[in-house]
Design a protein. Sequence first.
Length: 566
Amino acid sequence: MICHIQIVAIIGLMSRCIAWPDDPVPRLPIKHLREVIGQRFLGNESHVEHFKLLERAPTFILIGARNAIYNISLHDLTEIADQRIQWSSSIAHWELCNLKGASEDDCQNYVRVFGRQGPDKFLACGTNAYKPQCKQFVLKNGVHVGGKESDGLGLCPCAPQHNSTAVFAGGQLYAATFADFSGGEPLIHRKKIRTDRADLNQLNGPNFVSSFAYGDYVFFFYRETAVEYMNCGKAVYSRVARVCQHDKGGPHAFNDRWTSFLKARLNCSVPGEYPFYFNEIQSMSDVTEGFYAGRHDQLIYGVFTTPVNSIGGSAVCAFSMSSVLEVFQGAFKEQETINSNWLRVLPEKVPEPRPGACVNDSRTLPDITVNFVKTHPLMDDAVQSFFALPVITKVSFNYRFTRVAIDPQVKALDGRTYDILYIGTDDGRVLKALNTKAPDSLSEVGQIIVSDSQVLRYGQAVKDLQVVHLAGEASKLVVIADSEIRAVPLHHCDSPAVNSCVTCVALQDPHCAWDATTDLCVAVPTKLHANDASKTLFQDIINGKHKGCGYEEASQHHPYNTQLSL
């Protein structure tokens, strides 16, 4: 097997004249971004809360925290009165945790997992002083009352720092986490069914980042040490794994094991003879639906980075859900002996019924099918990025991307629609970005970073992002960190730095246009069609230039050399 390293990849790109995407320069750098007035939530400021978004509803969010679940209004980020749930570890569990040598902060109950079982009933799980526990809560007389408790091991992490994910689907909780105190036994689990213990072909040192239900399946996204690369050394690959919601386990000795667990590599890379890979997935967006180059599709956007000991690079790649589904219908990958290369399994070697497929009763599957999927969980093909290139790439020694949220299909004045990306970083920034070529091309990318805003205190990582549209209110972005939640504007059309036609149009922001009647950069309704827009509004998303601005102004007002504190 031929082993390629990143240095070879870069040399190959240069020698073959493969075009590395230009590192996009932010149109509007903002050193200290103002928050929406009064819209900030801090929780208990005496300690780190480790905020975790549990549920997003139309007008509120539920936030898991240290010994509490907060109900936060999306109107103003205030806590809804009498809706807080206090849930601490018992004295016995707290004392046992201390005896094990954990700190006082670790020996708390950090709520990490949530499943809505009805309008007035839900299941929550917390770390519970390193002894995970789940509890049902029921709304009675306007107050949530705790009910039945159960062991949370295998459903909830032991500590808030552990990378885990969970999703509630079809009345059941699916979790990807660790089943031991040290974090050494990873598993993807649903009641009575799990991945195999100590089977590196299934899970090999994973870091779980996201999950969601889609159709008959539940998908999990994570990064792990790649078994197929082991003959060349050690590398981390990004994965998407899939299980069937109706999987009942296998026959006989396999009755507590998945019969539908399959996984595939996610390819986020700059192509070339030696592709440059962003191998380490950090997060994944929800499914976004829209039209791209005239084609209707459902996309997911993922944040990927290079390893921490290599060139500091981050990227956002888009993937089509149809491509994800297609890969799982393709060929399997196998290693015949421990010293063999990993190769595609020939079609005649695949038993019938097809391993990993969803069936009415998996307990009736023949042993040959169940044995095959146990030893061949890896698909041969990788899921390729939708636009053939990352939507955004950024090389930086100062920060890396952490999260991405999408404002989908925002309509520009010319009628084209764009997915607006809000990208969080590990040093408290939020980048607003878009692909200007998405309405016209599936093979080219126009990378634009509209703004780069320092939202949080420097060094405070963005843990989650939510785009919020409420009737009768200005839209906003909710930024979640470990101990702080802020609301900030979705756009900066009214920034003092955007004070001319040229600088306004150069933002290439579908939210903004230059109003020639008032000589102001204004926010525009994003549902206007081209023939409805006033002739006095100037906007050009593709090129960032408009003839209505004139050309003399361009040399006097350079749109990219602004450093502003607001």
